[in-house]
Design a binder for this molecule. Structure first.
Ligand SMILES: [Zn+2]
Ligand SMILES: [Zn+2]
Length: 135
């Protein structure tokens, strides 16, 4: 069954053909700033599975990152909701911000990354692998 989602204002709507195989939480400072929150919840989606059914995202090329890679952050130019990020090391994958999915009930993170910059109040699930940096 296709997964659907949208930004806050609804200008951007998307569809994903298959259930994402990889899910995680990123605690890097840049994700905190972009989300205006404690972390990003992410799902790795093959590019060919992802389609915008409405609208075109705006790109922010984020080059001031811990990894040194330029992260392409795509968001709604009207309401600001982040939709997905793309990194040069994995050109065939979009890292979807899973809070934008219509139904988040199946989301279950498989790992935590950049825990070095995790906010102090956040308690990690002991059953979920946590990496200080990327992997
Ligand atoms: Zn929007
Ligand atoms: Zn991050």
């Amino acid at each position: 069954m296709a997964i659907t989602g949208q930004c806050l204002c609804g200008d951007l709507k998307y569809e994903i053909a298959n259930e994402p195989a990889m899910t995680g939480v990123c605690h890097c400072k840049n994700c905190q700033r972009q989300a205006g929150s404690a972390f990003s919840t992410l799902a790795g989606v093959p590019k060919e599975d992802f389609t915008f059914t409405a609208g075109e995202p705006t790109l922010y090329a984020d080059s001031d990152t811990n990894s040194g890679n330029t992260v392409e952050r795509y968001f709604c130019g009207r309401c600001g909701s982040p939709i997905y990020s793309a990194i040069p090391g994995q050109p065939d994958t979009y890292f979807l911000k899973t809070g934008t999915m219509d139904d988040t009930s199946s989301f279950q993170p498989m790992f935590n990354v950049w825990c070095d910059t995790k906010q102090n109040w956040v308690k990690l699930d002991e059953g979920v692998p946590a990496m200080a940096k990327q992997s």
